[in-house]
Design a protein around this ligand. Sequence first.
Ligand SMILES: Cc1cc2nc3c(=O)[nH]c(=O)nc-3n(C[C@H](O)[C@H](O)[C@H](O)COP(=O)(O)OP(=O)(O)OC[C@H]3O[C@@H](n4cnc5c(N)ncnc54)[C@H](O)[C@@H]3O)c2cc1C
Length: 314
Amino acid sequence: MGSHHDILVIGGGMAGLSAAQALAATGRSVTVLDKGRGPGGRMATRRVESQGETLRFDHGAQYFTARDPAFRAVVAAWERDGIAASWPAAGEEAWVGTPGMNACVKAMAEALDVRWGVRAERLTRSAGLWQVIAAGQVFTASTLIVAVPAEQAAVLLADIAPPFAALAAGVASAPCWAVMASFAERLPLADTFRSDTAPVSWAARNSAKPGRGGPETWVIHASPARSRKLIDLPKDEVARTILADFFAAAGTASILPMHLDAHRWLYAQPEARKDGEGAHFDAALGLGVAGDWLQSPRIEGAWLSGRALAALVD
Ligand SMILES: Cc1cc2nc3c(=O)[nH]c(=O)nc-3n(C[C@H](O)[C@H](O)[C@H](O)COP(=O)(O)OP(=O)(O)OC[C@H]3O[C@@H](n4cnc5c(N)ncnc54)[C@H](O)[C@@H]3O)c2cc1C
């Protein structure tokens, strides 16, 4: 089975969708492939049925800032559309997707041709066209954009674009164990917790974010050092360990959770790049790379990178 496309984007996170949206706005035909079951990437929202209740956790990115004027305008439109709201508990400039962190990328994806559950396994080039081998299918395209975390981009690009692969291989991402917990009672704590020194770097009362509500839910992030130390342990054990770390760091007695789970982000946030080059496009090959790792290690950086890439494509 195969299909031909004008522009193929691998990765439907904020960077890939931002590139796809900007290219589609110029009249180009764009198809996005993403291995995930639905929209989010690292702006994910996990839905869990637990003891007759539906729980939702933003277990990846917690909030985003908007400093660039063009991104601020986009965020203002999201706010008007009811898919983003400011969240003062995390800081004056903090925004979240509503009702879940993935709402903004979900809305972007709905206006585009995105194929979910399609993992690009191998990229090849022949007769001036790109071939993406994915789940028994071959997608061909004139222009190919790779918008996945640096470590994954390095693997995909190794054979077909050694200079881009080397660029990606030069970026290391910090891992993050994220714990998701619900409680029968309200924890006697403020809505957010941050620390530069504790094994837990961040925790937030997820149910207190704008547009959420429901049972008391928390997302707790282990620091990069703590996450590395626990990296290969079973997730149930990690969840219990990090919850105990959190109660100790917050200085409160342990409370038994109703629901407890953990998710391991192997490539949570790239080391900040000093140059903020934005994106790269090889016009002769029709091949581009985008992602937070090329701009800055956050949602705004991913959006800006996608935009920068679209501007380079002719
Ligand atoms: C735990 C955690 C906390 C964070 N906290 C914050 C925060 O507070 N503020 C902030 O601004 N940012 C935060 N970030 C970072 C932010 O989430 C990212 O910078 C941003 O979402 C990156 O977008 P992206 O499009 O570059 O990558 P991603 O969101 O990772 O998107 C890449 C997409 O590519 C897909 N993919 C990968 N490989 C393939 C393949 N082979 N084939 C097909 N599809 C593929 C993935 O499924 C994914 O959807 C956090 C991230 C994590 C994980």
